[in-house]
Ligand binder design. Structure first.
Ligand code: GLU
Length: 294
C-alpha cells in the first residue's frame, strides 16, 4: 500500500510554503459555504437536526494544531479542511459559520467529548474503526488518509516502517498510529504526546527519531517547515485511515442526515472546493471516498 500523496508538495517547494502561510493568514478562503434556508419543521420532530436548527448553533470538536486540517487562525478560530467540512454540515442545518462553536479536541478525548455531549460532532482527522464504533457512530468517510513517517531533513537511516527497531517513535495518545506502533513494532520505543505539534517539537529538539501519524497531517507540518522536516519515502503509507464525522452512538437519523450532507457536497462540488481552499493548497485533490452507510 503506497501512495506518494505528497509528491506535489516537494515539486512546488517554496510555493507550497508560501501558500501554506497564505492559508493560515486568510483562513482558507473568504467565502463561507452556503447556509440553507431551514425551517425546523423541515426536520423530523424530536430529531437532533430539529434541535440544532432551533438552537441556531452547532458545537464541533476539531484539532487546533494541525496545519491543513484544523489549526487555530489569527482570530482564534480554526481553519482547514476539517473545519470546512464542519461548516458545510452547519450550513445544511441553517447555521452560519459564525454561529459554530469550535471546541479543541485532541486524539484521546474525541470519544468522551461525544459521549458526554460536550460536542455535537467531531471532525478531527478521526479514523473510523470498530473499536471506536463501540462507543460512538461515524458518518462518512469524507477522506482517506494512511499512516506515514516524518523525520528531520538530514535523517538517512529511517527509510520505512522496517527501520523502526530501536528508534524513539513519537505519536499521540489515543490515536490509531500510536496503537499500530504498539501492535506491530514492539522493538521500537513509542513516545506519546497529547498533540502532534508536541511530537514535532520533540523531533526538532532531538528527543525522538521519527514522528508517525497520517500522511496528510505530516505533510502539513512539512509544508510549514520544509527546511527542517521531510516525509520518509515520499510519504509512503502503510495503513488506511478513513476519516469520519463522529456523532453520538445510536443517533441513526442524524447519521443519515450527515451522510446525505456529505454526499450532496460531493455531488455539487462543495467538497472539492473545501479541499482546494485548504489542504489542496499543498496536496492534490483526491476522489471523495464512497460513503459507508453501515
Ligand atoms: N486518524 C488517526 C486517528 O484518528 C490519527 C490522527 C489523529 O490522531 O487525529 O487516530
Amino acid at each position: 500500500m503506497s501512495k506518494p500523496l505528497n509528491r506535489r508538495l516537494f515539486l512546488t517547494g517554496t510555493l507550497g510554503s508560501a501558500a501554506a502561510v497564505a492559508l493560515a493568514a486568510c483562513g482558507g478562503g473568504e467565502e463561507e459555504p452556503t447556509v440553507a434556508e431551514v425551517d425546523t419543521a423541515d426536520f423530523p420532530e424530536g430529531s437532533t437536526m430539529a434541535a440544532l436548527a432551533e438552537a441556531g448553533t452547532l458545537t464541533i470538536g476539531t484539532k487546533f494544531d494541525q496545519p491543513l486540517f484544523g489549526q487555530a487562525g489569527p482570530d482564534g478560530n480554526p481553519v482547514g479542511f476539517d473545519v470546512e467540512i464542519g461548516k458545510i454540515i452547519a450550513g445544511a442545518l441553517g447555521i452560519a459559520a459564525g454561529d459554530i462553536k469550535w471546541s479543541e479536541t485532541v486524539s484521546a478525548n474525541r470519544e468522551p467529548f461525544i459521549e458526554n455531549g460536550q460536542v455535537d460532532i467531531v471532525v478531527a482527522t478521526y479514523t473510523i474503526n470498530d473499536t471506536r464504533k463501540e462507543v460512538v457512530d461515524f458518518a462518512g468517510p469524507y477522506y482517506e488518509a494512511g499512516q506515514a513517517l516524518m523525520v528531520l531533513i538530514d535523517n538517512e537511516d529511517i527509510t520505512g516502517e522496517d527501520s523502526l527497531a530501536g528508534k524513539k517513535v513519537a505519536s499521540v495518545e489515543g490515536s490509531t498510529p500510536a496503537q499500530y506502533i504498539l501492535d506491530n513494532h514492539p522493538d521500537s520505543e513509542l513516545v506519546s504526546f497529547d498533540t502532534y505539534s508536541n511530537c514535532v517539537t520533540a523531533l526538532i529538539n532531538g528527543q525522538v527519531d521519527v514522528v508517525t501519524t497520517d500522511n496528510v497531517i505530516l505533510a502539513g507540518f512539512v509544508a510549514a517547515d520544509e527546511e527542517n522536516l521531510k516525509l520518509v519515502n515520499d510519504g509512503e503509507t502503510f495503513t488506511t485511515e478513513p476519516y469520519g464525522v463522529g456523532l453520538a452512538k445510536g443517533d441513526d437519523d442524524f447519521r443519515t442526515f450527515l451522510n446525505d450532507t456529505l454526499q450532496a457536497a460531493y455531488d455539487d462540488g462543495t467538497w472539492a472546493k473545501a479541499w482546494e481552499d485548504t489542504a489542496g493548497v499543498v496536496l492534490p485533490t483526491p476522489e471523495p471516498p464512497a460513503i459507508d452507510r453501515y
